[in-house]
Design a protein around this ligand. Sequence first.
Ligand code: SF4
Length: 354
Amino acid sequence: MTGLYIHIPFCAKKCGYCDFYSINYNINTVEKYVEFLCKKINNLKTVFDTVYFGGGTPSIIGAKNLCKILSCIKYKENAEITVEVNPKSYKKGFFDEIFCGGFNRISIGMQSANDSELKLLTRNHRLKDVQDTLNSAKNAGFENISLDLMIGIENQTIKSLQKSLEFCIKNDVKHLSCYMLKIEENTPFYSKNLNLPSEDETAQMYLYLCEFLKENGFFHYEISNFAKKGYQSRHNLIYWELGDYLGLGPSAHSFIKGKRYCYPNDINYFLDNKEYIYLSDGGDTYDYIMLGLRLKKGIDLNKVKNEVNEEFFEKAEKYIKLGYAVLENNIFSLNEKGFLIQNTILSDLLEEIK
Ligand code: SF4
């Protein structure tokens, strides 16, 4: 499987918590960027299994531009083609146009179904915009729709989270990505005195969310991702299963034939047609364990047995006994409680690679 990620680095305004690379929308820069991407893509020979337009705000550049870029890409007939949509940053007719242009999956940056929380997050949309977006996407023919949800928002409670989850169920979305709010140093939120839920409260919300979604027919296939049967994100699975992917655009990462590369966070570097930068080799046991333990399907201990010390198995056993992990047919995987302390478990286990 080979995926293509295209970073669209434009936003209407910067959200206070966001540390993704993006710049203010500017029509001239957008035109230049789209032209350049098309030229670059036309030179590619690969036929991709998945294509993902992320950002930034891909929908802000408009359906014509998105379809123009996609028309330059060679992809398989059954390819998964996703575009991230901001509920406020698209024009009338957008979904009809991109559906005809070949897109078949939408990922909407909803974050919460509570307007007060959206306001606190400094999002430019409100719940009504999300509802309108869902209706328009469905009317255009999209059924593979994912929503982003956030937990750990200022003043968030289990009750307000329940409202967000009920909204997702009511709208019959097929996939949910649920991330914990992390306050990064280089964001405006860092210097604010926020009334964030405690670590314990956020953990309770995560466990509540996992249970709620399970009861409503979602499969928890990755630490932060939940899907109805047949709707796991094929593109993201390429990342976690160490498949090859090419990333185009500033800040985009690639993993090709066991090597990791990235473009710097600088649109001009990319537009100057400079090459991506080599980061490191990858795809070894370290990566297999680190990424595999994000997934519900876990890691095959037969695959790692010659690469790890005896202590690795003792530690794995300890986490099983403590109720954070399970072992079935030699497959070791974390459960919900384990996902909550995944970093601790990982750093403990990764110490035992030979
Ligand atoms: S819209 Fe998305 S990418 Fe843009 S600033 Fe907000 S969170 Fe970041």
